[in-house]
Design a protein around this ligand. Structure first.
Ligand SMILES: [Zn+2]
Length: 604
């Protein structure tokens, strides 16, 4: 291998340029239409083809047959330019000739006509290296050079150029050459050279070249020497001192399988390598995983891993022990996977909550044993007596809670009385401690409306907020008939919304209120239920526990709908209490609320 590949395969025409199509096209077009500028600036990564392009461009300008994107390649100018020995193409490396004296000499040169060609072309490489004075000296010539002078400036760092230079040149930006293009170019050259190779090995070389064709070619030169006839992955990874991608893949598998022993094995193996290189390779590997979208790792985990690697790299930058940092990194990766578990847990929890919410709204509650169903005749009679004392001939009152049977409760009005326009909120003091709860109640109404507009209408019209304290939401209800049925049917939803707004476990104290004439006495009393149960109620209360209390309260609403209406009191009286449990509405209520106890009160 006498000649370096980079030189041997240096592109000779615009068509040969790898990965710079747009630049090549624009320059070719400028040549063919003779729209030429006197100064060009080529910027881009090293090895991206700037100097090659400058030389191709120079040759195209000088061809005897006229400026053309396809110079003949046969005339003396073409031949001399191709051999890089044309008198009128002057190359200068600004990295080593950066002072004002060098530039003064160059400017002197521009004053003399070209030796033989039509132009005198100055190619200044690494132009950003010039000193400020050198730039200033160059400016005037750059702006108004003699008609036979062309400048081609090349730089890897255009940001370091003064704006005055940038504004006097046509700027072409050279792209980083995509890895697949580099790879196929390398493979093409190997075919021409008759050297065998493993595709993966060339991929590694192209990747290591990081977008620079020249660097990649230099590495390929090295690999050819190193490999002795056949370039395989082992040779290349050894040569570059990088880890075999297969090992990295195995490592990732071990991490995913939480194979701690396997990871420890890898760490032992990895002690031969630079920790930083492994971290770099890991980053590249993660990038590949992300882009290939094979679903081996979720983007969330990849991001997590990437952060861990980035942390590790900054640790290395502070001079930490490489092996230690690498171990830390891999174990952090093992741990980071718990994220997936947390993710799964969240999903599970969500579906469970979803299920519970759904079951609240549907009658199919999980079976909890119903403790007792108390319907002894004796109790019914006792109840009958006590309620006789308190609720007189209230045929329409719902079978109710002990507290509602308290003698303080005023006898509700007969059902068939006209509804009144009594406004419960009118009797509430304007600034009460219940205000926030009242607001929440308004929100509850909104939510019910959201859920079902008709239901919202019924609820708003008939249910009036009374109070909320110690987890008990007390309201008054004037709902009757079909509307009552609708409310009862939607009870699960209402209860759910109440818990959502007032907190889980909120109990509802429903006070069935008759639509009564606007007698102030009545309305005040009905809104202030006795805070404590009466003795009779207390005796009944011994039967209930905290849990079932709310159930009973809810059952109040349900069972009240099977309470005899004013007209059929007699029929109701004759009903066997146990039959009541078979009433469809009661059955639904029992299913829905799953109360531990059911108490039936006979209203006489
Ligand atoms: Zn020619």
């Amino acid at each position: 291998m006498s000649l370096a590949l980079a030189r041997k395969y240096r592109p000779k025409s615009f068509d040969d340029l790898i990965g710079q199509e747009s630049v090549a096209q624009t320059l070719a077009h400028a040549l063919d239409t003779k729209r030429l500028s006197h100064a060009y600036l080529f910027s881009g990564l090293r090895g991206s083809g700037k100097t090659s392009t400058a030389r191709i461009f120079a040759k195209a300008l000088l061809c005897e047959k006229g400026e053309s994107s396809r110079p003949c390649g046969e005339c003396t100018h073409c031949v001399m330019a191709a051999e890089n020995r044309h008198m009128d193409i002057i190359e200068m490396d600004a990295a080593s000739n950066r002072g004002i004296e060098d530039i003064k000499e160059l400017i002197e040169h521009t004053k003399y006509k070209p030796a033989s060609a039509r132009y005198k072309i100055f190619i200044i490489d690494e132009v950003h290296m010039l000193t400020t004075q050198a730039f200033n000296a160059l400016l005037k010539t750059l702006e108004e050079p003699p008609s036979f002078v062309k400048f081609i400036l090349a730089t890897t760092d255009p940001l370091k150029l003064p704006a005055t230079i940038l504004s006097r040149t046509q700027h072409f930006r050279f792209k980083t050459i995509p890895q697949p293009l580099v790879q196929s170019h390398l493979e093409h050259i190997l075919h021409l050279e008759g050297i065998g190779f493993e595709k993966e090995a060339i991929e590694i070389i192209a990747r290591s070249g990081a977008g620079s064709l020249r660097d990649s070619l230099t590495l390929l030169d090295q690999a050819i020497v190193y490999a002795n006839g056949f370039i395989d992955v082992r040779t290349v990874t050894e040569m570059l001192g990088i880890i075999d991608p297969a090992k990295l893949e195995a490592l990732m598998r071990r991490i995913l399988e939480r194979d701690e022993a396997g990871v420890l094995d890898f760490l032992k193996e990895a002690s031969d390598y630079e920790a930083e290189m492994i971290l770099d390779e890991l980053t590249l590997y993660l990038k590949t995983l992300l882009l290939e979208r094979k679903g081996i790792l979720s983007p969330l985990i990849i991001e997590r891993f990437f952060r861990i690697v980035a942390d590790a790299k900054s640790l290395l930058a502070t001079g930490s022990d490489g092996q230690f940092v690498l171990s830390l990194t891999l174990f952090k990766m093992l741990e980071a996977q718990q994220l997936t578990e947390i993710d799964a847990m969240i999903k599970k929890l969500e579906s469970r909550i979803g299920g519970e919410l759904a079951s609240l709204a549907s009658p199919s509650l999980p079976e909890t044993p119903r403790e007792v169903i108390t319907i002894t005749q004796e109790e019914i009679e006792t109840f009958g007596e006590t309620s006789d004392a308190s609720t007189a001939h209230d045929a329409t009152a719902a079978p109710s809670l002990p507290r509602e049977t308290s003698p303080d409760t005023p006898p509700p009005q007969p059902q068939n009385e006209k509804p009144t326009a009594s406004n419960p909120s009118a009797s509430t003091p304007p600034s009460d401690p219940q205000a926030p709860w009242r607001a929440k109640f308004a929100a509850l109404i909104e939510r019910i409306y959201d859920r079902d507009y008709d239901l919202g209408t019924i609820f708003e019209e008939h249910i009036t907020f009374v109070s909320f304290q110690e987890g008990v939401l007390q309201w008054e209800s004037t709902v009757e008939g079909e509307e009552k049925k609708a409310l009862i049917n939607a009870w699960g939803v209402i209860k759910m919304l109440v818990e959502e707004i007032f907190g889980v476990g909120t109990r509802i104290d429903n006070i069935a209120k008759k639509k009564a004439p606007a007698s102030s006495d009545n309305s005040v009393n009905s809104q202030t239920p006795p805070p404590h149960p009466t003795p009779q109620a207390a005796s009944a209360a011994t039967h209930k526990d905290a849990d079932s209390a709310s159930m009973l309260e809810e059952a109040t609403v349900k069972s009240s709908c099977i309470a005899p209406e004013a007209g059929d009191t007699e029929a109701a009286k004759e009903k066997d209490p146990s039959e009541l449990l078979e009433e469809p509405m009661v059955k639904t209520a029992l299913e829905l609320l799953n109360p531990k106890k059911v108490r039936i009160k006979r209203n006489v």
